[in-house]
Design a protein around this ligand. Structure first.
Ligand code: NAP
Length: 472
């Protein structure tokens, strides 16, 4: 059991005025594995006041000091890498080998990238008779989800600290433990009191209090589109800056000259990553009608090949989902797909054989999916792939863009230029060309209802900067 009974406010571990706790559940065993405090609006007030006070001096620290601090945080994350991977695998269910690389390794890399970036970023420049200054936005409320819990935090915290902002973090209630490990690393690194504050608690209480708080200058949110809309309305009351990283329903478009096996394998891997609990998951696979039978049977065969089970086993490629509620939501979508007439090629709504305990869902592939079906329109957040046939490239582009979302996408072709040219037609923030790899310096974020603003690299830093011009 990992028990944290204090919040981290103004450089002190401090009790919440609410004596209740939030239990954290192990996704494989369904047993309680830890607990964290449940903060109230009173703790939000204290944390925001501490961040406001600390802003006065932190915003004026030198770039060298901020760089050095980010480097210390990077080292701290590396030292506790195994513990972080183990914790997130238990909370969220990602297979441990992947978890070491992604849940623990990626945040460390992002932290280091901001140490480098801030050291070289032009915070001042001349424009004719003006001097332009880039200054920190102020006190930032960070509200984060459970699927990549530490990465989502660091993608906000590292650029915010680099910019000179101070923070109040409200982590997900489903997977909050890595946020507490991070707070310990921050304490050890010697960040001045109040620069970073951690208030775990319910979204509807702590999250809303932060969004409404007049002393918060910016809300940086990652999570569902519904919550993002709600926060935007609350934050409008005080005209806060709001950045949103929201849901997706991303298309992987296989053109007729692509290597079909490579393209189907790449799509399915990106759809099933973290058991499908990935905002940029490639959940719609668009294939030319003439290649449909071949593509569908390859997807079904490969889907069946994903070993589901204990995320700590070396054989496992698909762990459990995060919670019973999430498992039920995904199973309901699978039932809906069947009801609406999609062809179930593999998987289904029943528990995988021999896995009655743990929030497991079968790797599922649907064929003959129509763009109007619920499974083609709604974010499922589970291991469910929809195969959609298309007539020609125009039809493929129309289907790919026929979504309220616009987060990610992929194109596969034997000709890179052709794939690039199709990628330009996709109304999404990211497109992977022939399996192009994730780049931590490239902007990450969505078009349409997938969000507002960008994270990572210099684009992520700029979210936390105001611009001032001094005329001379
Ligand atoms: P969520 O339910 O929207 O929760 C996200 C965060 O918001 C949690 O900390 C939650 O707190 C808090 N929250 C909930 N209701 C709130 C309210 N009324 N006011 C303020 N805060 C509130 O999302 P999730 O289920 O954790 O995460 C899955 C979603 O995140 C998916 O839609 C996924 O696509 C999206 N996501 C997007 C990206 C991206 O970069 N675009 C990355 C990862 C995930 P509690 O935990 O206490 O409820």
């Amino acid at each position: 059991m990992k028990i944290y009974d204090r919040l981290y406010i103004d450089g002190q571990w401090t009790a919440s005025s609410d004596p209740g706790f939030i239990d954290v559940t192990n996704a494989s065993s369904e047993q309680v594995m830890g607990r964290v405090p449940c903060a109230t609006a009173a703790e939000v007030d204290r944390a925001v006041a501490a961040a406001r006070t600390a802003f006065a001096s932190w915003s004026t620290t030198t770039v060298e000091r901020r760089e050095a601090l980010l480097r210390r945080l990077h080292e701290g994350l590396l030292e506790r890498c195994d513990e972080i991977a183990d914790t997130v695998t238990k909370e969220v269910g990602m297979p441990i080998k992947l978890s070491r690389r992604i849940q623990a390794g990626l945040p460390a890399m992002v932290m280091e990238s901001y140490a480098r970036l801030i050291a070289n970023y032009p915070l001042e420049e001349r424009l004719g008779n003006s001097l332009l200054l880039r200054e920190p936005v102020g006190v930032v409320a960070c509200i984060t989800p459970w699927n990549y819990p530490l990465h989502q935090i660091v993608a906000k915290l590292a650029p915010a600290l680099a910019a000179g902002c101070t923070l109040v973090l409200k982590p997900s209630s489903q997977a909050p433990l890595s946020a507490f490990i991070l707070a310990e690393i921050i304490e050890q690194a010697g960040l001045p009191p109040g620069v970073f504050n951690l208030v775990s608690g319910r979204g509807a209480v702590v999250g809303e209090a932060l969004a409404l708080h007049p002393e918060v200058d910016m809300v940086s949110f990652t999570g569902s589109t519904a919550t993002g809309k709600r926060l935007t309305v609350l934050a409008a009351e005080t005209v806060k800056r709001v950045s949103l990283e929201l849901g997706g329903k991303s298309a992987s478009v296989i053109l007729d000259d692509a290597d079909l096996r490579v393209a189907v394998k790449g799509t399915l891997g990106a759809c099933y990553l973290n058991s499908g609990q990935t905002c940029s998951a490639l959940t719609r696979m668009l294939v030319p009608a003439s290649l449909y039978e071949q593509a569908a049977s390859l997807a079904a065969e490969m889907g069946r090949g994903f070993v589901v089970g204990d995320p700590f086993s070396d054989q496992t490629r698909l762990g459990p989902l995060v919670s019973a509620a999430q498992r039920e939501r995904v199973r309901n979508h699978i039932r809906k797909g069947i009801e609406e007439g999609a062809e179930l090629l593999t998987g289904g709504p029943m528990a995988p054989e021999g896995l009655d305990k743990g929030y497991y869902v079968q790797p599922t592939v649907f064929g003959q999916v129509d763009s109007q079906m619920t499974i083609a329109r709604e974010e499922i957040f589970g291991p469910v792939l929809s195969v959609i046939p298309y007539r020609d490239e125009d039809d493929a582009a129309a289907i790919a863009n026929d979504s309220i979302y616009g987060l990610a996408g992929a194109v596969w072709s034997g000709d890179d230029e052709r794939a690039l040219s199709f990628g330009r037609r996709m109304r999404t923030g990211q497109v992977d060309i022939n399996g192009g790899q994730f780049n931590i310096l490239a902007p990450f974020g969505g078009y349409k209802q997938s969000g507002k603003g960008r994270e990572l690299g210099k684009f992520g830093l700029e979210e936390f900067l105001e611009i001032k011009s001094l005329q001379m």
